[in-house]
Design a protein around this ligand. Structure first.
Ligand code: NAD
Length: 362
């Protein structure tokens, strides 16, 4: 883009999440938080009271037709993402789309192609990929400290909020899936999922998803809108060390356990067969203190200014949507494994994050 003093941003959707985007963009001096849009007047009224200089509109076309607006962040319900994203790119805007990016991988591909053709930044709001804790975990795994990752368990549950148009998988699992793919640097080969709708027809409110990776690593995700407690906990079990990431713990989000088990390499009799358990130290690494969304917002602006590919680019969105799609297919087929192969070659070819061997790309 031509170098302007400030990048002009607009946010579409001022419900729960949109105001967080507005607050963060408003705090960044290299951009101007210029406009926001919602269909509901009371939401716009609230934004006008908080930020008197921001223009508001009920019609997003006013934003798209404004040549002064450089970029749009979309924080509306997922079923509206594709149309809003497509129109934004076609109107020459850089786009930050909230998770889940869109409703299907074919929609992801269309937006990726369009953004490449129009040379616009397309980024997905996989906020946890910008969190200090998640980046620390990635660093620890990549350093080899945990050894080979045997399995991961990720629990993201709370009471509500029931969504009328998407199930708990589409609502909560995008974070777990994006974190797991990001820290492991690979996508699963196949997915199984089971779940149940207790209160709304065909809209599951509890689900359990299994991601199977080519190297034998397995990840279990548990999501629910029907749980008495808010839990955001990921346990990573490695062959050398174990790690627990508790996102609701304000002080010690990550704990690393020097614990493990070893089977005897050789034994003659049943009496000699003894596992040995290691109970070593537990430590909690210091983490940088910042709001992940602030880092995400700054990264979006930096990608626009420097014409860079975002960490959570359209392909990152595609990887997560492919897994969600497979999980939903499995949910409707009593948990039958669904392979993720369709887009793998293209995904591997296009992203530096991937480390799968070449034959996996077939
Ligand atoms: N990254 C994160 O951590 C995170 C957290 C929460 C929500 N989200 C995502 O943000 C998105 C929004 O979620 P939410 O919880 O804020 O939903 P919400 O229902 O609270 O808000 C959505 C808003 O969009 C408005 N809207 C709908 N269609 C519109 C249109 N055509 N034009 C203008 N406004 C329109 C609605 O009136 C509503 O105010 C979802 O995709 C959700 O998954 C992301």
């Amino acid at each position: 883009m031509k170098q302007k003093e400030k990048i002009n941003i607009a946010v579409i959707g001022c419900g729960y999440w949109g105001p967080n985007l507005i607050r963060n963009f408003n705090q960044i001096s290299s951009c101007s938080m210029s406009m926001c849009c919602d269909l509901i007047e009371s939401k716009l009224d609230r934004m006008r009271k908080l930020y008197p200089s921001i223009r508001t509109t009920k019609n997003y076309m006013e934003i798209l037709n404004d040549p002064e607006i450089d970029a749009v962040a979309i924080a509306t319900p997922v079923l509206t993402h594709f149309d809003l994203g497509k129109q934004s790119i076609l109107h020459g805007k850089h786009v930050l789309m909230e998770k889940p990016m869109v409703s299907s991988s074919s929609q992801c591909l269309e937006l990726i192609r369009l953004s490449e053709e129009q040379q616009k930044v397309l980024m997905v709001g996989h906020t946890f990929e910008y969190a200090a804790a998640v980046n620390k975990i990635k660093e620890i795994i990549e350093s080899g400290e945990t050894g080979e990752i045997l399995y991961i368990t990720s629990t993201r549950v709370n009471l509500g909020l029931f969504q009328p148009d998407i199930n708990v998988v589409m609502d909560l699992a995008p974070h777990d899936i994006s974190i797991i793919i990001y820290i492991l640097g690979m996508e699963p080969n196949s997915v199984n999922a089971q779940g149940k709708s207790h209160y709304q027809t065909e809209i599951e409110d509890v689900a359990s998803i299994t991601l199977n990776f080519h190297n034998g690593t397995i990840a279990f995700i548990h999501n629910s809108w029907l749980d008495p407690n808010k839990i955001r906990r990921t346990t990573i079990v490695g062959s050398k060390k174990m790690l627990v990431y508790d996102d609701v713990n304000p002080q010690e989000k990550i704990k690393i356990y020097d614990k493990g088990v070893e089977a005897p390499s050789y034994y003659n009799t049943f009496g000699e067969f003894q596992f040995s358990y290691r109970y070593g130290d537990i430590y909690s690494p210091r983490l940088e203190d910042y709001e992940p969304l602030h880092k995400e917002a700054k990264h979006f602006l930096e990608c626009i200014r420097e014409n860079k590919k975002p960490i959570s680019d359209g392909y990152s969105g595609l990887r997560v949507i492919s897994v969600l799609e497979a999980a939903n297919k499995s949910l409707k087929n009593s948990g039958k494994a669904v392979p993720i192969s369709k887009y793998r070659k293209m995904v591997i070819d296009s992203s530096p994050l991937f480390t799968l061997p070449a034959q996996q790309a077939q």
